[in-house]
Design a protein around this ligand. Structure first.
Ligand SMILES: [Zn+2]
Ligand SMILES: [Zn+2]
Length: 470
């Protein structure tokens, strides 16, 4: 763009395609100036004036959308694109108008549809339907010769639906239409969707991210399973009275978002039962499982006590004084001495905090493995359950669910918590146990809330900020 050229919008709209050839100001120069002028007034408008102007702007935007597609159509019919690197209208639009392949294709398809169907163009131009509606009609209705042959006869019906419904509804109706006049293509579309299936599971620095795509059939199973897990998770949640903030603490708001509920339900209702139920195929002689590897010393001290690794400082001092026999500073020992989380059938270990290690070992199966200084196992103890089934049953009966104030998730969704961790001398007994749901078990460990046996004999949590307020 030339310095001092004020017709930015027009120049952008005409694009780099012809900018080197034309020095003429854009045809839209006036419009751009007018829009800039109105933008300057926005803050001074009353609500009613803003609302009236919004209606006008929306109508003009529809006209601009329409004009834009007519220009795309003209570019295609002018054959100017033969000069583009790949010699297609799509590549011309990509090279000169900042579109990606999919965007250019969608513009070209919509432009052709407007040209072929006058009613469609009139409906878009007058703002009765949106560009999204045109995209649906163009992509579903013009997908092949068979549909194109029948589209005109149904156009009035589709435009009518578009006038009164969002694009998603129009897509469903047109999909049903296509299924009847063109069943083989819709079956092929389904197959294409099936071929696009994927599930990415990425281990990131601070967690694991999951992203996926499934065809409708697989997706329905996912939704059915998730909904089942969700309803189980929340069915016995007592409806908290409005304004009840008992579950709220410093780091954790009382309310849980829908996405968080879905994540919890996925783990507690689908993943945990799969791992614990013994249904998953074993590999290398062991069932899939999650392990926490932690030196006993890390569990023996209460969490939250910072400890500077003195032995490492001493090692550094010795090394810099030149009297160390080894010139390797104990970095690996530092890593080995930290709690690690791993899976029995997947990639390596992730470092986790002592807080997480203590929480996860509250209620689990323990294999005690003694290793020699070189890291080789020299003794393997028998597997122990921290809470044996009879004790867990009694705890379920006593606490009846998560004991965090305002929660009450059922025992099936709760974990057994050692009030004083077993590695710190706490007994595995009813007097030293409390039921907590996953969220509140996290919270109790991370925020260091006090858990005790209340006067009614049940465990209770004294939330720290409540104590501070009193
Ligand atoms: Zn715990
Ligand atoms: Zn809870």
């Amino acid at each position: 763009m030339k310095v001092g050229d004020v017709s930015g919008l027009g120049n952008g709209a005409v694009g780099g395609a012809v900018s080197s050839e034309t020095k003429e100001p854009s045809a839209l120069g006036d419009v751009h100036a007018r829009l800039t002028q109105i933008e300057g007034l926005v803050d001074s408008l009353s609500g009613a004036e803003a609302s009236a102007l919004l209606a006008d702007v929306t109508a003009i935007a529809a006209e601009v959308d329409c004009l834009r597609l007519l220009l795309v159509s003209r570019i295609e019919s002018s054959h100017i694109w033969q000069a583009a690197p790949n010699g297609t209208a799509n590549s011309w639009l990509r090279a000169n108008h900042g579109l990606d392949h999919r965007g250019a294709e969608s513009d070209l398809r919509a432009a052709r549809a407007l040209l072929a169907h006058q009613q469609l163009r009139a409906a878009l131009e007058s703002g009765q339907i949106s560009r999204a509606h045109v995209d649906v009609i163009a992509s579903v209705g013009e997908a092949n010769e068979t549909r194109r042959m029948h589209l005109d006869a149904f156009m009035e019906v589709f435009i009518n639906i578009a006038r009164n419904s969002p694009a998603s509804v129009l897509r469903t109706v047109m999909r049903a239409w296509a299924d009847q006049i063109d069943p083989l293509t819709t079956a092929r579309d389904e197959f294409h969707a099936h071929r696009r299936r994927f599930l990415h599971v990425n281990q990131l620095a601070d967690g694991v991210s999951i992203e996926g795509f499934f065809d409708h059939e697989q997706g329905a199973k996912v939704i059915a399973a998730l909904n089942g897990a969700l309803s189980k998770a929340w069915q016995s949640d007592p409806a908290a009275p409005a304004g009840d903030r008992r579950g709220e603490t410093e780091c954790e708001p009382a309310t849980v978002s829908t996405a968080q509920q879905r994540a919890d339900a996925f783990i507690a209702g689908i993943i945990d039962p799969a791992l614990c139920g013994g249904q998953l195929p074993s590999s290398g002689g062991s069932r899939p499982s999650v392990s926490v590897v932690v030196p006993l010393s890390r569990l023996e001290q209460p969490c939250g006590t910072a400890a500077v690794p003195q032995w490492l400082l001493a090692d550094i001092a010795r090394n810099s004084a030149g009297d160390s026999e080894s010139d390797v500073i104990g970095g690996q020992s530092l890593v080995d001495g930290t709690a690690q989380l791993g899976v029995s059938n997947g990639p390596g270990q992730q470092l986790i905090s002592d807080v997480a290690a203590q929480r996860m070992t509250c209620d689990c199966e323990i294999h005690r493995i003694v290793i020699d200084p070189a890291g080789l196992p020299i003794d393997v103890g028998r597997t122990m359950r921290t809470f044996p089934p009879h004790l867990r049953k009694a705890l379920n009966l006593r606490d009846k669910g998560c004991v965090f104030p305002g929660c009450g998730k059922p025992p099936g969704w709760a974990q057994a918590h050692h009030i004083l961790h077993w590695a710190q001398g706490g007994r595995t007994s009813l007097e030293n146990a409390a039921l907590l749901c996953s969220k509140h078990h996290h919270q109790v460990h991370a925020e260091d809330h006090t858990v005790e046996i209340g006067p009614d004999g049940r465990a209770r949590v004294l939330v720290r900020h409540v104590l501070m307020r009193q």
